[in-house]
Design a binder for this molecule. Structure first.
Ligand code: UGA
Length: 448
């Protein structure tokens, strides 16, 4: 099938690559020419393990083309995916400017029947908004060319996006048009049936992927509610971790004991510095905003946000407990990305923690295996080190913010020698506590 994917961020690029891999003819477009030029030169605009291999393979097979000519791509393809960003505004409401702009362009460019699939994470009711904008922008000679809209949310995790795209746990189609639903089933057929060749001709035969067919509003809500529920799980566990600290319990044992109950489960049960990234913070706020807008109470969602903000300041409290006055102390931070296996620093806990430590007068150094530049929202006084040992030399305190697996292999004997004080705050309960205590470190986890 002839597919156009608008937007080459995480969602667009991964979706485009996945559809090309299952033999569709895909054009990925972006108005940002620098991104398209990178892709045309075989470079990835994002760090996503495994993605480059699939891009290279499908470009070679001519299943995948990159272009900044959005209009021509809309005209030449039959199925148009909208995968543009919906970043939060300061009020918490998602910014729909890019989405509106793309909808206008689609309207102006429609020259035959098209199926428009929205994959951007959008507020409830946006499918109807897109339809209205497209209709208003149809040119006179194309007024009779019909189109249909489907909501098809994504559930990709950064760092595991390629795997998630090929092996989704569910696929949601929000449309009441049977013809379009059948077309969507056809489009995703190899993924639904799990009968394609993936990862170097080593197919993993899995169960058929469940499909949810619903109206567009419910489909949009499935996306928001899923992210909000996962964030709620983490905030709940963080609240329990804080209780553990007060009563002397161990959060790792508590969550393990809870998680073995299959109704609760072991995933998204890791206590720590709190959730960040480009999705959870934005989506929980947006759902809360929608609730207020429609007169429903968002008391749980608001508490989930509050607990998450508090988690970051717990790190500062712990630093104060260990160091007393923070001014002039040297603090080495391990991890800048909001989670491992990504270079994304949007709403990363590192930003809040580092900014506060700098504000309190500390000299902060930071190291991340992938993030090598100071993120724009971070205080520019922070020093980015080239390796973890440089970060920790003469440091009064180590704060682990991101659970990169590389940090497990650090030489802690050496670290103990080079640090001024053997103090560690492990914001992810990630390091081996017993080993560190045996080496003479003072270790503070979260509820552990
Ligand atoms: C999230 C969802 O998991 C995806 O299903 C969804 O498609 C995506 O948002 C999106 O809306 O695009 P992502 O933001 O990539 O994916 O990150 P996650 O792996 O879910 O982690 C989110 C945050 O929660 C991270 O800061 C992570 O460190 C934190 N986390 C996760 C915990 O603190 N504890 C846990 O047990 C799990």
């Amino acid at each position: 099938m002839k597919v156009c994917v608008i937007g080459t961020g995480y969602v667009g690029l991964v979706t485009g690559v996945c559809l090309a891999e299952i033999e569709h003819n895909v054009i990925c477009v972006d108005k940002d020419e620098s991104k398209i030029n990178m892709l045309l030169n075989g470079k990835m605009p994002i760090y996503e393990p495994g993605l480059d291999k699939f891009v290279e393979k499908n470009v070679k097979k001519k299943n995948l083309i990159f272009s900044s000519d959005v209009e021509s791509a809309i005209k030449s393809q039959d199925i148009i995916f909208i995968c543009v960003g919906t970043p939060p505004t300061s009020a918490g409401k998602p910014d729909l400017n890019s989405l509106d702009e793309v909808s206008k362009l689609i309207g102006k460019s429609i020259n035959s029947y098209k199926v428009i699939i929205n994959k951007s994470t959008v507020p409830i009711g946006t499918a109807k908004r897109i339809k209205k904008i497209i209709k208003e922008n149809l040119s006179e000679e194309n007024k009779n060319n019909n189109f249909d809209i489907v909501s098809n949310p994504e559930f990709l995790k950064e760092g595991e996006a390629v795997e998630d795209a090929f092996f989704p746990e569910r696929i949601v189609f929000g449309s009441d048009n049977e013809k379009v639903i059948n077309l969507m089933k056809k489009l995703y057929e190899p993924i639904i049936n799990q009968d394609f060749d993936y990862a170097n001709n080593n197919p993993k035969k899995r169960e058929k992927v469940p499909i949810i067919i619903t109206d567009s509003t419910s489909s949009e809500l499935i996306k928001y509610a899923s992210n909000a529920f996962l964030a709620t799980k983490i905030s709940f566990v963080n609240e329990v971790a804080n209780i553990c600290e007060r009563v002397g319990a161990n959060i790792l044992d508590v969550t393990y004991g809870m998680g073995l109950d299959s109704r609760i489960g072991t995933k998204y049960m890791k206590a720590g510095i709190g959730w960040g990234g480009s999705c959870f913070p934005k989506d929980v706020r947006a759902l809360s905003f929608t609730a207020e807008e429609y007169g429903a109470h968002a008391s749980i969602l608001n508490a989930v946000i509050q607990v998450n903000n508090y988690q970051r300041f717990k790190i500062i409290q712990k630093a104060m407990d260990l160091l007393g006055i923070i001014e002039d102390k040297i603090i080495g931070v391990l991890g800048i990305a909001f989670k491992p296996n990504t270079d994304d620093t949007r709403e990363a806990p590192s930003v809040t923690v580092i900014n506060k430590l700098v504000e309190l007068g500390a000299e902060v150094r930071a190291y991340d295996p992938v993030v090598t530049k100071i993120p724009p929202e971070m205080d520019q006084k922070v020093i980015i080190s080239k390796d973890p040992y440089e970060t920790l030399k003469n440091a009064n305190l180590m704060v682990l913010v991101t659970d990169w697996v590389d940090f497990l292999d650090l030489d802690f004997v050496k670290i103990k020698q080079i640090m001024k004080n053997p103090y560690i705050i492990d914001g992810r309960n990630f390091l081996e506590k017993k080993k560190l205590l045996d080496l003479g470190f003072v270790y503070r986890g979260i509820g552990y």
